[in-house]
Design a protein around this ligand. Structure first.
Ligand SMILES: [Zn+2]
Length: 131
């Protein structure tokens, strides 16, 4: 264990910013998101505002898990905000349906979105993780 601690300390020193999160194979800045508040994306515009390569958390309130995903391409964003589409929880395998709700049209420039289960209850949400 001593050797492990030493290498962790060295890695931390090498990074120079006192990063105490897991030392992973990811390059600096692309690993575990830093401490802070990350708000969920509640509109189609916010989902589409994520860039390829950036990360988001898919939070499932059914099994209380959080899955970190990377935006692969525009199609993967489309899958997250396509009205009537389905999103899977990697933990409990539950399927949630993408549902548009609230006012839309001229008076509301943003299309509200939520993920509901078979009973129509909100069961998941997406949290973009800024790099
Ligand atoms: Zn789940």
């Amino acid at each position: 264990m001593k050797a492990a601690w030493r290498s962790l300390a060295l890695a931390t020193l090498a990074l120079g910013f006192g990063l105490t999160s897991n030392v992973s194979a990811e390059p600096p800045g692309k690993g575990v998101p830093g401490a802070g508040v990350y708000n969920h994306a509640g509109t189609v515009e916010q989902i589409n505002g994520m860039k390829t390569g950036s990360r988001y958390a898919l939070v499932c309130t059914s099994c209380k898990s959080m899955t970190i995903e990377t935006v692969k391409d525009a199609a993967s964003l489309e899958a997250l905000c396509h009205n009537g589409g389905q999103v899977h929880c990697s933990s409990c395998k539950e399927k949630a349906t993408v549902e548009y709700f609230g006012p839309s049209g001229k008076s509301a420039p943003h299309q509200n979105i939520r993920y509901v289960n078979a009973e129509g209850k909100e069961c998941m949400f997406v949290v973009p993780l800024k790099d």
